[in-house]
Structure formats: structure tokens, C-alpha cells
Design a protein around this ligand. Structure first.
Ligand SMILES: Cc1cn([C@H]2C[C@H](O)[C@@H](COP(=O)(O)OP(=O)(O)OP(=O)(O)O)O2)c(=O)[nH]c1=O
Length: 627
């Protein structure tokens, strides 16, 4: 099965998986698809009786999940995704639809109904292509479903309760997980196993191939084996035909970028014309080698080149020049930036291939997302963080090997000085301080809304953002909770430099800036203490000192809101957070932690009712209350 042409076409797309299911994330990651995870907030409450067939219910639920995410990203984050994938898995037995059990009794009811019987598992999947026209979200929807039949053995009461007490049933349709302990309940499976686990990968890949590389009828290769029925293979999918009429006619198909491989149309010995994808280096008719192209690894090998191209184009303000005026030729940009024409042209072409710029015969222009995030003046600009990544993180990462060997930060190697205190480095020079604050500000602007709305905080009348830096989160909070007063508490060097980051038109009176060190000075009084990207800077010992101090000034009912990138419990998925944890290794004594890790730390200091929310944005949120 050759997926390279499809994946090649998706590489420059913003693909979003609208699902919190770790199984779906893993299945899609395994095939090399690159995507972001934005769990849907759609409540699965559609009226089941209004659907003629169970699969229609699963498809409609999947569609609503994905549409909710597409709309939210479009409206809230000004980031229209290109493709949103949604899925919903249900179990049906005796014409009843079973979803996830609400409690152990419900799990018992479900599992006893399944005992000794065959049932069906349906997963509905939708692929939504999104675009933005006149600021309106436009969608084209492709959907399908897959059915798998599963038979359970007769389950004794003892086995049933043993299984329920394992906790496994609770987040799974029908109350079991075939991929884990639940496998022991199963006598046979007819159909796609992964469909039961939550995502029918085989059908999905075929659907992607249909959408992105539809075959011409005469090129379909039928392979005949003695015992296996003839099948249409991915090998037959010709990229060259993606512009063909069958492609254009297909519902939901969109114009696609260039693929990562090239097509070699050839005649085989029996005269049948076949199309196959071969690596760029080898176009001499080697028909099946594409399956061996390790595109995921090649992408990772190239990753640093792509990052550096982005950093340099940002540093040279190329996206700013193009935001002011476009299209521009390489020579014009080189003149503006004071750079060589040949080097500038190569950089601009690379940025085009990376999906950051558009190129026409008239010259280069920014993509929408370059205008929003890469130009330095945008409300949600990431320019500050990109420059910080280039000037500060890049040198640190060149010493990652030493950091791994020694298990400690590398500031001395990267910058030639020993760091006694994490922030000493940042605040020694005005330039570095401003750069660091701009970096923190850009991430805070991008994430503040999702953090501020992760929970209903209206019961807290006052909040104190410890290490709140430029006040970006504080300003978002008073927008959402107009009665809230927020104090931003940070080091004197920071507070003295916040003025250039303040919004012009806000009710500034509701945000107060107070300087101090939260480890050594008294904390301002507040109903809610906020620690956003603070705890990840420190080892557990220091966190205990800080939480103990906060706990001492908290009245019962007061809370703590954490905003951090949360690792998954098994530390397997979520590459952004896992890479961020390496980032903490090279420069701090801290690390990223999971929601359970933070819960454990908070509970030791008298905080309970810990709620964890994965926002789908760069920072997740954890809320707890003092008892
Ligand atoms: C039957 C079965 C289901 N499941 C899981 C797959 C799905 O994650 C879950 C069904 O619930 P869904 O509502 O389909 O998905 P979800 O709530 O996990 O995630 P989201 O709504 O954010 O997309 O049950 C298994 O993991 N193993 C199994 O054997």
C-alpha cells in the first residue's frame, strides 16, 4: 500500500484531528500523517431514534464533532484548518446503540448485554475540507463508515466485575477496549480490527487516495492470487491523474500542492499501463520502491533546515516586507533586506515549498497564515517566539547531546556563562530581556483565550497571575470576566518593561502590575492564583516551596489555575509537549508534566477537585480549589 503521494500532498496542509481519543491519534500517527489534535466540544446528544440506521447516527455525530472544531478554529483562533477529521465509534446490539458507559453500573449493563453474542461496531468518519471566503468558513464534507462484527464469550459475573473494576471500560464505546484487557472477552472479530479501536484506517487511507490521487479506470491494477480476491491497490494511484476529470468531479476534492514523489508511467511486460510512485532520485521504472521511502524519517532529518529557513526569513523581516507590499520579486526583497539576490531567492523558494509563501510569475506573497502569525505586527504574531527560538533555543539545542548525557541544562556551553538563576541570563541585557518578553507575550496572546475559557472562572472575583509577564492573560481574563480584578506579579526587571505590550483600548484599571519574587516576597491577596508556564521551569522541590506558599495564603474556596503543555500519562503521544520537555532540559531544571503529575503535586498542598482540560491549543489548563 503506497501512501506517499497522499501524505506528500497533505504535508503542507493544516490537518486537524477533532478527537480526544488517544487511540485515534496513535493510529493516524503510525501511518505518518502530520496533524494537530483539537478535541471537539460537541456533546454527543443527537436523538438516536431519528436515524434510520445506526451508522447514520455515527456519521452525523462525527460530522458535528468536526464541524464544531472547524468553526471554533475559524472564529476563535483565526486559524482556518485545511482539513478536519472527525470520528465516532458506537456499538450496536439488539438494535440498541451503546456509547461510553456513564458509570460502573452502566458498564455492567452494557457488557452483560454483549455477553455470549455477536455485536457490531460502527465508526463514522468525516473528512472536512475547509476554506475561508470573505471571512466565512466554507466546508466540503466527505464521509463514510465501517462496520466490524465482534463476538464475546459468555462472561461470568466475576469476570465482568473484574473487568469493570480495571477502569478500562469507562472511556470506550460499549464499555470495552478490544486492544487491551477487553481483548480477553472476545471470541472472534470479523472485519477491520482498528475500526473497533476507534478508527478504520484501511477505509480512511482508501478514501484519502480517492480524494487526492484518483486512479483513471484503465490504470487500476488487479492483482490475482489464488485465495485472495482481486483488489484495487494504492500502487495504481497515479498523481499525474490528480488533475483528471475524475478528480475534479469528486465531491470534497480540492486543488492540491505538489507531491513528494513523481509518477512513473510505464508499460509492463504484459502491456498494461501502470502508474507508480518512485523516489525522486530513482525514476527509472522501479515500480514498487516507493513503499520503502521513509518519508517520516526524511521529514525529521529535514526538520532543522525548515526551522532555520523560517527563523532566518523572520529575522530578515521578509514576511513584514511582503505584508506591506506584494507580490514582490526576490530582487526587491533582497534590496529591502540588504541581502544577496541569489540567497534570498533560494530562501523564498524554500519558504514557498514549506507553505509559508505563495509564488506567481509576478513574485512572492505571504500566505494568510504568514500575514497573521509571521509578520511582526499582527495581534497573534509569533515573531517574538521565532526570534527567541533562533537566538536562544537554537544554540541551546546544539548542545542537546551533552544535555542528555549530563541530564542538565546547557546555558554555560551555549552562552559561555554559568546560570545560577534561570532568569539571570534573560535579564542581564535589555535586548535579551525584551526578546524573551516578546516571546512569552506572543505565546500568551495565542493561548490566552483558550486558557481563560477552559473553565468557568466567574466565581473568582480577584486573580493574581504569578509570573504573569506582560499581562496578556490578565487582559484576556478581564475581557471574559468583566467583574474580575487581576494583579500581574513578576520580577521588577519584567514589570519595568511591560508598557510597550499593553493594549491601547482596554479597561486598564482592572489589571494591576506588582513587582516581586514569588519565592521570596509576600504574595498579593487573590481568590485565584494563576501559574502559566511557571511550574515547568522548576524541579519538584521548588514547586513544593511555591505551592506551600500559595496554599498558606489561600482561603478555602480559593483556587489555582495552571496553564502548561500537558504530557499524556504514558508519555507516548503529543510530540509538541514531549519536545518542549527536551526544551526545558537544555535550559532549566524543570520539565513538562502530565495532568496526573500536576494533580499529585497540587493535592499534596490541600488543593482538590482538580480538573484538567486539554484545550487543543499550545497550553492546556488545570484548575483546583483549596479545601
Ligand atoms: C469498542 C471500543 C471502543 N474504543 C474507543 C474508541 C473511541 O475512542 C471510544 C468511543 O468514543 P467516541 O465518542 O467515538 O470517541 P472519544 O470520546 O474517545 O473521542 P472524541 O469524541 O473526542 O473523538 O471508544 C476502544 O478504544 N476500543 C474498543 O474496543
Amino acid at each position: 500500500m503506497v501512501l506517499s503521494p497522499v501524505l506528500g500532498k497533505l504535508v503542507s496542509k493544516r490537518v486537524v484531528l477533532a478527537s480526544a481519543s488517544p487511540r485515534r491519534q496513535e493510529i493516524l500517527t503510525n501511518v505518518g500523517l502530520r496533524f494537530e489534535v483539537v478535541p471537539s466540544w460537541f456533546k454527543e446528544t443527537l436523538e438516536k431514534s431519528s436515524f434510520a440506521a445506526p451508522y447514520e447516527y455515527a456519521i452525523e455525530t462525527a460530522k458535528q464533532k468536526a464541524l464544531e472544531v472547524a468553526n471554533r478554529m475559524h472564529v476563535k483562533h483565526l486559524r482556518t484548518p485545511d482539513i478536519v477529521i472527525g470520528a465516532d465509534t458506537i456499538v450496536t446490539v439488539d438494535e440498541q446503540i451503546l456509547e461510553k458507559p456513564v458509570d460502573k453500573q452502566d458498564a455492567y449493563r452494557m457488557l452483560s448485554r454483549l455477553s455470549g453474542k455477536e455485536h457490531s461496531v460502527f465508526t463514522g468518519v468525516v473528512i472536512i475540507h475547509c476554506s475561508s471566503k470573505d471571512n466565512q468558513l466554507e466546508t466540503e464534507i466527505t464521509d463514510f463508515y465501517e462496520e466490524t462484527k465482534v463476538k464475546f464469550s459468555d462472561l461470568s459475573e466475576e469476570l465482568l466485575w473484574e473487568y469493570i473494576h480495571s477502569g478500562e471500560p469507562m472511556d470506550k464505546a460499549g464499555g470495552y477496549g478490544i486492544q487491551a484487557l477487553g481483548g480477553m472477552l472476545v471470541e472472534y472479530v470479523h472485519g477491520d480490527f482498528l475500526n473497533v479501536v476507534g478508527f478504520p484506517l484501511n477505509h480512511f487511507c482508501k478514501k484519502l487516495a480517492e480524494l487526492y490521487c484518483p486512479p483513471l479506470k484503465h490504470t487500476i491494477q488487479h492483482i490475482k492470487h489464488d485465495s485472495i480476491p482481486s483488489v484495487d491497490t494504492f500502487e495504481s494511484l497515479s498523481d499525474g491523474e490528480s488533475e483528471s476529470s475524475s478528480f475534479k468531479e469528486h465531491k470534497g476534492a480540492i486543488k492540491l500542492d505538489s507531491p513528494s514523489g513523481v509518477i512513473c508511467n510505464s508499460e509492463n511486460s504484459s502491456g498494461v499501463r501502470t502508474g507508480s510512485v518512485v523516489p525522486l532520485e530513482n525514476q527509472n521504472g522501479v515500480s514498487d520502491s516507493a513503499a520503502k521511502v521513509p518519508s517520516k524519517i526524511l521529514d525529521l532529518m529535514d526538520g532543522f533546515r525548515a526551522s532555520k529557513a523560517l527563523f532566518v526569513a523572520s529575522k530578515l523581516k521578509m514576511f513584514d516586507h511582503l505584508k506591506k507590499k506584494s507580490p514582490l520579486k526576490a530582487v526587491d526583497i533582497a534590496n529591502e533586506a540588504g541581502t544577496s539576490v541569489c540567497g534570498t531567492e533560494r530562501l523564498l523558494d524554500a519558504c514557498t515549498a514549506l507553505g509559508l509563501l505563495e509564488k506567481t510569475p509576478q513574485g512572492y506573497s505571504n500566505t494568510d497564515s504568514a500575514n497573521t502569525y509571521l509578520a511582526s505586527d499582527g495581534e497573534y504574531s509569533l515573531h517574538g517566539y521565532i526570534i527567541h527560538s533562533n537566538d536562544h533555543l537554537w544554540p541551546l539545542f546544539t548542545h542537546l547531546e551533552s544535555a542528555v548525557k549530563e541530564g542538565s541544562r546547557q546555558n554555560h556551553r551555549a552562552f559561555g556563562k554559568k546560570t545560577e538563576d534561570l532568569f539571570n541570563d534573560y535579564y542581564q541585557s535589555q535586548e535579551v530581556k525584551q526578546r524573551f518578553m516578546a516571546a512569552m507575550h506572543s505565546i500568551a496572546r495565542l493561548t490566552a483565550r483558550d486558557v481563560a475559557t477552559a473553565f468557568d472562572l466567574s466565581e473568582f472575583k480577584t486573580a493574581c497571575d504569578l509570573g504573569g509577564c506582560t499581562g496578556a492573560l490578565a487582559h484576556e481574563l478581564i475581557q471574559i470576566y468583566p467583574n474580575m480584578k487581576v494583579t500581574v506579579f513578576d520580577l521588577p526587571e519584567v514589570i519595568a518593561n511591560t508598557s510597550c505590550f499593553q493594549p491601547s483600548e482596554q479597561r486598564v484599571a482592572s489589571v494591576t502590575f506588582v513587582s516581586g519574587n514569588f519565592f521570596t516576597d509576600d504574595l498579593p491577596e487573590a481568590d485565584l492564583y494563576i501559574l502559566s508556564r511557571v511550574l515547568h521551569d522548576w524541579p519538584d522541590e521548588k514547586i513544593h516551596i511555591l505551592l506551600k506558599k500559595i496554599s498558606a495564603v489561600c482561603r478555602p474556596g480559593c483556587g489555582i489555575l495552571l496553564a502548561e503543555m500537558l504530557l499524556d500519562d504514558e508519555k507516548k503521544n503529543g510530540r509538541t509537549a514531549l519536545l518542549q520537555s527536551l526544551n526545558m532540559l537544555v535550559q532549566t531544571e524543570g520539565k513538562e508534566r502530565s495532568g496526573s503529575d500536576y494533580r499529585g503535586l497540587l493535592e499534596q498542598h490541600g488543593f482538590s477537585k482538580v480538573k484538567i482540560k486539554l484545550t487543543g491549543n499550545l497550553l492546556d489548563a488545570v484548575l483546583c480549589v483549596k479545601i
